[in-house]
Design a binder for this molecule. Structure first.
Ligand code: AMP
Ligand code: MG
Length: 416
């Protein structure tokens, strides 16, 4: 693996992402789950519809069904007076015959009798006993939901690799499918390195801080439906870090550490990992970010995130999520990007791709525009919580002036 940290060269962000994705072999193991347990799981096989949806022609309205074709529709437009011949309710279809000049009382979702083709809504009818007078011109086929109009039998419904949404699960239920085969859940071990890190319940001595990275990393992983194995805080001690990596590698499909990937005196990650696996230490041309490790241990993938919380979060979001999606055989969706004007000047030095945190909103004229959340320091986590998007500025871009167009990437579910 190329050691981009050993040289002063920075690896372009897109190259880092594509190199990493190319080197990952997705898991193949799958299991069967019920629909109740299928949210966010990744389909292991294509879904082909076993039925038509809807399974029969039915009414989209409460009203009256009749045969438009059998009438002299050119003259009457389907209007006129009909004799009521029966009724069709949802779950209790009409089983008799509806002759020319007759109509059937029908409710929304009820089966349309085979000899009818049109429904008129009841608001457009005058009812006198069994005489139903249609007062308005009705177009043939109106208010009818046709067999298979949503999904046809044997139609491809979902491709494997799709991460099932709540609406997807509704579709599966409408096809009568009770269980689906999905890839197994990934196991991901996480830990944070740093002598200064303390748990929220502990008191801080001079020089300590509360640990935060493992909390948002664990939550992002849960949104990916991953089993998280949290190995806690590991001291800046070569032996302890080595033990943590060995333990994590035995238990997980991927290991994520944070901190200790820079070149400080207490940064042992690089050294330890050089012994244990095939690790590339990369300096990525991105801000926040830069030091980021990716590689392979004996059994698992390894991601070494920078310690600064904003850098850890942005690299987890931009690099680790696509990698874990690939590992769990899921489709990687392109992020939604917009081109909008900035309402403030944006400071930027050339050389790295910036993922500045921004707020996208409408101005007084109703146009979308973006502003920065303020301080963009890599330790300023509040720059993310007030944001709803990244302002993505290419590596070669310098300062941006108010009124210029910039690319904006909307935050997705992992950051909300
Ligand atoms: P490092 O990458 O270990 O040099 O850490 C860079 C900065 O991030 C230092 O200020 C650390 O104290 C801070 N840091 C490292 N790990 C964490 C963590 N898990 N939570 C919060 N801050 C951290
Ligand atoms: Mg450290």
């Amino acid at each position: 693996m190329i050691d981009h940290c050993a040289t002063s060269e920075l690896m372009p962000f897109e190259q880092a992402l594509s190199t990493m994705l190319l080197s990952i072999t997705p898991i193949a193991e799958y299991e069967k789950v019920t629909l109740a347990a299928a949210l966010d799981r990744v389909l292991a096989f294509d879904i082909i519809s076993p039925v038509n949806v809807p399974p029969y022609n039915n009414s989209a309205m409460d009203g009256y069904a009749f045969s438009h074709s059998e009438r002299e529709s050119a003259d009457t437009g389907g209007s006129g007076t009909f004799k009521l011949a029966g009724r069709s309710m949802a779950g209790s279809p009409f089983s008799g015959k509806c002759a020319v000049g007759e109509c059937i009382r029908i409710m929304t979702g009820a089966r349309l009798p085979d000899d009818c083709d049109t429904v008129v809504m009841q608001e457009n009818c005058l009812i006198e006993g069994d005489d139903i007078q249609i007062e308005q011109v009705v177009v043939k086929g109106n208010n009818v939901r046709v067999l298979g109009e949503d999904i046809r039998i044997n139609q491809d419904v979902f491709k494997h690799g799709r991460q099932l949404s709540s609406a997807d699960i509704g579709i599966l239920a409408s096809l009568g499918i009770a269980q689906v085969k999905v890839y197994r859940r990934l196991n991901v071990a996480i830990f944070s390195t740093g002598d200064e890190l303390k748990l929220p319940s502990e008191s801080l001595a001079s020089g300590d801080i509360y640990e935060s990275n493992s909390h948002f990393i664990a939550n992002i992983l849960q949104r990916l439906n991953i089993n998280v194995i949290n190995l806690g805080i590991i001291a800046d001690d070569k032996e302890a870090i080595e033990q943590a990596f060995i333990k994590a590698d035995e238990m997980a499909d991927a290991v994520i550490s944070s901190g200790g990937v820079s070149v400080g005196d207490a940064d042992f990650t690089k050294e330890v990992l050089a012994q244990l696996g095939d690790i590339g230490f990369w300096k990525i041309a991105m801000k926040p970010g830069k030091p980021f490790a990716f590689g392979k241990l004996k059994n698992s993938l390894f991601f070494g995130l920078p310690g600064n919380p904003v850098s850890a979060l942005v690299t987890a979001h931009q690099l680790v999520i696509p990698a874990l999606l690939k590992l769990q055989s899921a489709e990687i969706k392109q992020a939604v990007m917009l081109k909008v004007k900035t309402s403030v000047d944006l400071r930027k030095s050339k050389g790295r791709m910036d993922f500045q945190r921004g707020i996208l909103d409408r101005n007084q004229s109703g146009e979308l525009e973006v502003c920065s959340t303020g301080s963009q320091g890599s330790g300023v986590l509040t720059s993310i919580v007030t944001a709803n998007c990244y302002i993505v500025l290419p590596a070669e871009q310098g300062h941006v002036s108010i009124g210029e167009y910039v690319n904006v990437q909307l935050f997705d579910k992992y950051l909300q």
